[in-house]
Design a protein around this ligand. Structure first.
Ligand code: NAD
Length: 315
C-alpha cells in the first residue's frame, strides 16, 4: 500500500518476545528502524470523540478501521466492525493487521452506570485492548485517559494552572479506572516495547455542545468543577494524529484542552474569585486555559485550533 503523505515515522525497537513476534537480527542490527503508522483502528467510533477522530484520520490519509459495540454513525468515512471490547477475542480481531490503535471506547463518565459497572467495564476494555495490541504486534497505542484523574471536582485545586503533576486524585470509579489504566499502560509499554500515549482530555465539545456556552457566562461557578475547561473534538483528533506521528518512547500522559477557558473573563481573576487564596505556579494571561497544555505543546507540538469564541456569539 502506498504510504500516505503524512505518514508517521516512528522508532521501533526490537520487540519483547512476549509480543509473539520474532525479529530478524540482521534487519535490526541491534538498532532501531523507522516504520510508518498507516493502518489505524479507532475504537469508540460511534461515540463523540471516536467518530470525529476516525473521520479526521481518514482525511489525514490513514487507512482507518472504525469499531464500536454500537452501530456506526451516519457520515462515517471508513469501514466499520461492530465489536464488544470486553471480549478479548473481539479486541484481537479488530486490531489484527493494523499498525496502531486510537482507543476511545469506554463508559465516558460517572453517574451513567453504577460505580462498579463503570470501573469493571472500563478496566476490562482497556486491559483487553492493551493486551491485544501487544499480541498482534501494534507499533503504538493512543488512548483516552481523563481530566478526572487530576481530582474533579476541583474544590479547590491544589494550585493553578493544574498540570500533569496534580495527580492522582480520583474521586469516582470512572476516574479510578483511568488512573489504573495509566498504570497498566506503563507496564504494557515496557512489555511490548512500544509507545503508549494517554490523553487526559478535559470536557470534550462537539458542534452541538457550543449552544450551551452563552448560558455558562452568567454563573461561571457552574463550570468551576473543571476550572472552566473544554476542548473541541477536532482538537482531540489533532492530538491523536500528532501522537501517531510523534517521536516518543515509553508511556506518557498529557492534558489536552483548548487554549482558553469557556468563560469570557480573565482566567486568573475568575479563579481567584471562586477559589480565594489559590496558588498560581505560572503565568496566566487573559483568558488562558487553567488546565495546562504546556506538556502537550512541548511533546507533540499540540496547538489547539478551535475556540468557542469563534463559534458562539458572546456580546
Ligand atoms: N466526553 C468527554 O468530555 C471526555 C472527557 C475526558 C475523557 N473522555 C474519554 O474519551 C473517550 C471518548 O469519550 P466520548 O465522549 O466520545 O464517549 P462516548 O460515550 O460518546 O463514546 C464512547 C463509545 O464507546 C463505546 N463503547 C462502550 N462500551 C463498549 C464496549 N464494551 N465495546 C466497544 N465499544 C464500547 C460506546 O458505544 C460509545 O460509542 C472515553 O474513553 C472517555 O472516557 C471523554
Amino acid at each position: 500500500m502506498a504510504k500516505h503523505p503524512k505518514a508517521a515515522t516512528i522508532t521501533v525497537q526490537v520487540r519483547n518476545s512476549a509480543a509473539g513476534q520474532f525479529v530478524d537480527a540482521d534487519q535490526y542490527k541491534g538498532e532501531t528502524m523507522q516504520a510508518a503508522i498507516e493502518k489505524v483502528t479507532v475504537t469508540g467510533a460511534s461515540g463523540k470523540a471516536g467518530f470525529a477522530i476516525a473521520n479526521y484520520l481518514v482525511d489525514a490519509g490513514y487507512d482507518v478501521l472504525a469499531t464500536d459495540v454500537a452501530p456506526p454513525r451516519a457520515g462515517l468515512k471508513c469501514r466499520f466492525l461492530r465489536a464488544d471490547l470486553t471480549q478479548y477475542g473481539e479486541a484481537v480481531e479488530v486490531l489484527n493487521g493494523m499498525d496502531a490503535v486510537v482507543h476511545m471506547a469506554n463508559i465516558p463518565a460517572n453517574n451513567i452506570y453504577t460505580e462498579s459497572t463503570t470501573f469493571n467495564q472500563n478496566i476490562l476494555m482497556n486491559a483487553n485492548v492493551f493486551q491485544a495490541a501487544g499480541a498482534v504486534g501494534l507499533e503504538r497505542v493512543v488512548w483516552a485517559s481523563s481530566e478526572t484523574t487530576l481530582g474533579l471536582p476541583f474544590d479547590p485545586p491544589l494550585y493553578a494552572p493544574v498540570d500533569e503533576d496534580h495527580y492522582p486524585h480520583p474521586t469516582s470509579t470512572y476516574a479510578l479506572s483511568k488512573v489504573v489504566t495509566e498504570e497498566m499502560a506503563r507496564h504494557h509499554s515496557k512489555w511490548w516495547n512500544i509507545p503508549f500515549i494517554g490523553f487526559r482530555f478535559t470536557n470534550i465539545f462537539a458542534q452541538e455542545d457550543y449552544a450551551r456556552v452563552p448560558g455558562y457566562q452568567d454563573d461561571p461557578s457552574d463550570r468551576s468543577w473543571n476550572l472552566f475547561g473544554y476542548v473541541d473534538v477536532r482538537d482531540c483528533a489533532l492530538a491523536c494524529d500528532l501522537a501517531l506521528k510523534a517521536d516518543v518512547t515509553g508511556a506518557d500522559t498529557m492534558i489536552i484542552a483548548a487554549a482558553d477557558t469557556i468563560i469570557d473573563r480573565p482566567s486568573r481573576e475568575l479563579a481567584e474569585e471562586i477559589f480565594p487564596g489559590l496558588e498560581f505556579r505560572s503565568e496566566v494571561e487573559g483568558t488562558d486555559t487553567l488546565l495546562s497544555i504546556e506538556k502537550a505543546r512541548r511533546v507533540l507540538n499540540y496547538q489547539p485550533q478551535y475556540s468557542w469564541r469563534e463559534m458562539v456569539s458572546h456580546d
